[in-house]
Design a binder for this molecule. Structure first.
Ligand SMILES: Nc1ncnc2c1ncn2[C@@H]1O[C@H](COP(=O)(O)OP(=O)(O)O)[C@@H](O)[C@H]1O
Ligand SMILES: [Mg+2]
Length: 316
């Protein structure tokens, strides 16, 4: 694995998802070391960023703001250090759930109706427009942090307050009743779809169901028909491509009771603990966790092409 040189595995960071990143990053670091890669931990919350200059490439396992949103990607571009995953634009867009939805809507991809909320919002008008239930989300968070389901008009204001404690920008989205799926993207392909079934006593796939409970069920194969599976993979590929995302990532989606798919969001640095969704889908196509990590790291070998030519061609 000498071709990689000295690799900084970036994890930790200062976002609300620091704890998740610490787990993901440690798993990636251990896997790369086991494969003989000269990898080291680099936590930007602790170390001065200019210390990155002594590394040949970076594996980004920072989730959330500061690490998944184009900031660290911009620093690495500036320092001319190849890095894994999406470039600056796609990372920044993907971190903004509202603008991502706006873009998808603009090119005719299905995503649930939504609107932004602020201090002056007329809550009755929101309910009249989007109906109930609703889901309230901080626009730039992940891991279901600060999100709540709203079933009655009285629940809307407290849900807004909760979300606004995590982000200056908050949105309300129409609730989709149905089944939930995620599609993992790796090296330009959509991997087998995973169905997510949170325990019955939680309102949605929340932080608890994601990380703390062991009774969330993951279906792979997804249980979709072959035609539906292909349709969702195609949709996910188009959605991923539309934001300019590259390398690896995940598209979250739902299927309503009529069988229609709705895109929720794109994750440009998804969870990478050994029981996360990306390793699960990769395993279904024969990758061990360590193979997966090396495959993602290999994206940095074509760095100049990946970031200057392909991304700008897609954007332009
Ligand atoms: N419109 C919606 N209708 C029903 N459930 C939703 C909707 N949007 C999100 N959810 C639930 O909330 C979870 C987190 O939402 P998501 O947009 O994926 O944000 P995060 O970045 O926190 O993962 C989803 O996995 C799903 O269970
Ligand atoms: Mg999600």
């Amino acid at each position: 694995m000498a071709q990689f040189g000295k690799v900084a595995v970036l994890f930790g960071g200062t976002s609300g998802e620091r704890e998740v990143s610490l787990k993901s990053g440690q798993a990636v670091l251990d896997a790369l070391l086991a494969k003989g890669v000269d990898a080291e931990a680099f936590d930007p919350a602790i170390r001065a960023i200019n210390a990155l200059a002594s590394y040949d490439r970076a594996f980004i396992v920072l989730h959330g703001r500061g690490g998944e949103d184009g900031q660290i990607q911009g620093v690495l571009e500036w320092m001319n250090i190849p890095y894994t995953g999406s470039g600056v634009l796609a990372s920044a867009l993907g971190m903004d759930k509202a603008r991502t939805k706006q873009l998808w809507k603009g090119i005719g991809l299905p995503t649930a109706p939504y609107r932004l909320l602020d201090e002056k919002t007329d809550y009755e008008a929101v309910i009249a427009e989007l109906g109930l239930p609703l889901i309230i989300k901080p626009v730039h968070e992940g891991s279901s942090i600060g999100m709540s389901k709203v079933e009655t008009p009285e629940q809307l204001e407290p849900a807004y307050r909760e979300a606004s404690g995590h982000d200056a920008v908050v949105m309300a989205e129409a609730w989709i009743t149905g089944r939930e799926f995620t599609v993992v993207m790796l090296n330009g392909k959509a991997l087998p779809v995973i169905r997510l079934e949170p325990p019955k006593d939680v309102a949605f796939y929340d932080y608890q169901a994601k990380y703390l409970r062991n009774d969330t069920h993951y279906g792979i194969p997804s249980g979709l028909t072959d035609a539906e599976e292909k349709e969702l993979q195609m949709l996910a590929l188009r959605a991923f491509d539309a934001v300019g995302a590259t390398g690896w990532g995940r598209i979250d989606a739902m299927q309503d009771m009529q069988g229609r798919f709705w895109l929720l969001e794109v994750n440009t640095v998804p969870g990478m603990t050994d029981h996360s969704l990306v390793p699960m889908a990769a395993k279904a196509v024969g990758y061990s966790f360590a193979d997966l990590c090396v495959s993602i790291l290999s994206q940095t070998l074509g760095f100049a092409v990946e970031n200057s030519v392909i991304t700008s061609a897609k954007v332009g």
